[in-house]
Each structure stands twice: as structure tokens, then as C-alpha cells.
Design a protein around this ligand. Structure first.
Ligand SMILES: [Zn+2]
Length: 191
């Protein structure tokens, strides 16, 4: 670990140092430095597993994000950094006002909440709310999974999670419409 005083440093602090700094200061960002995650949404991008060692785990799949950019006079002190996942890093408001960024991170929705909103949005966009009552968890899990495989759904490699959810939702809509048709054969004729 770099031990030089921060004002003499010529490189940014490690992600672990940044986490340690905020652990004592802002529980909303880090309550326990032993559990690496994005400060804004609490997500940890596990990918193919958990890297060995805490310092590596903080470094490997999370990003150090300047609060005040270096070009705008921001320092290499850990107080000038947040640890973010890629998605939050892209979304972060980087201004010359430190408080705007900190407030954004404190008020950020959790990744689970965001996931839920993306699903809700996809259902609204597909206008399929009237079909949802047809879903029966116990009997449809496997059938819907099979239906999805039969339709060979694929995604553009750059598609975001929200875009993937929208694509999946459209196939699920077909599944539910078919189910509706099978249960109520006259439904379409009467409509
Ligand atoms: Zn995040």
C-alpha cells in the first residue's frame, strides 16, 4: 500500500484505501470494508467468481471514480474518490461541485430496486398488464423457460440489462397470449 502523504502522491489511491476511508465516514457507502460493492447501488459484479483477497476484490471489477476530476484540480486523496460499478460510473454526475456527486450516490436506488423498475417498465412498454394474472408460478416456470429456448432469444452483445429485459418480456408476452388463447379460444374472435 502507498504510504506517502496524499498531497505528495502522483497516483490515485487503491480502491481498498478508498473503501477504508469511507468506511469510517459514511456508512451509506461502506458499512463493512470486507464486503466489496458499488457505493451507489451496492452491486458487486461477481462474473466468474470472487477474486482472491480483499484488495483484489475491491480492485478487480469495480472502478475508482473521481469526485472532482483531476483536470479540474481534484486531488489523489481518497476523499476525492468513490468506488462504483461500470453502470453507475457511466451515470455519475461529474461536476465541480462535490456535493452534487455525493448526494447522487447517497440517494441512488439499489441494484435490486433498479432491476425491479426495469422489469416494470418493460411490462408497461409491452402493454401486457392484462396478461399477468395468467401467470402461475408453480406450473409456468418450466413451460416458460422451454418456450424461451424454443424461440432462441439472443441479444446484441452491447445490449444493456434493461434492453435484454425488454426483449425477454416480449417473448413472455407471446407465451401468456398463447396461454390466454388456449384457455379462452373465443377471446380473440370476440375482441
Ligand atoms: Zn453501481
Amino acid at each position: 500500500m502507498n504510504r506517502k502523504p496524499y498531497h505528495l502522491r502522483i497516483s490515485p489511491p487503491s480502491a481498498y484505501e478508498i473503501a477504508l476511508h469511507w468506511e469510517g465516514l459514511e456508512p451509506r457507502f461502506v458499512t463493512d470494508v470486507r464486503s466489496p460493492h458499488c457505493f451507489a447501488c451496492n452491486f458487486y459484479p461477481f462474473g466468474d467468481g470472487y477474486p482472491r483477497g480483499l484488495e483484489a476484490a475491491w480492485r478487480k471489477r469495480l472502478q475508482r471514480c473521481h469526485i472532482i476530476a483531476r483536470s479540474a484540480g481534484g486531488s489523489y486523496h481518497p476523499e476525492n474518490f468513490l468506488i462504483l460499478c461500470t453502470e453507475c460510473h457511466h451515470e455519475a454526475p461529474m461536476t465541480s461541485d462535490r456535493e452534487i456527486m455525493l448526494r447522487w450516490a447517497r440517494e441512488h436506488i439499489s441494484h435490486v430496486g433498479k432491476y425491479f423498475l426495469e422489469i416494470k417498465q418493460a411490462i408497461d412498454d409491452a402493454k401486457m398488464e392484462h396478461l399477468l394474472h395468467l401467470w402461475r408460478q408453480d406450473e409456468d416456470d418450466e413451460a416458460a423457460d422451454r418456450f424461451l429456448r424454443e424461440h432462441h432469444l439472443d441479444f446484441h452483445p452491447h445490449a444493456t440489462r434493461a434492453q435484454r429485459i425488454r426483449a425477454i418480456t416480449l417473448v413472455y408476452r407471446e407465451f401468456l397470449e398463447l396461454k390466454q388463447f388456449e384457455r379462452e379460444p373465443l377471446f380473440r374472435e370476440l375482441r
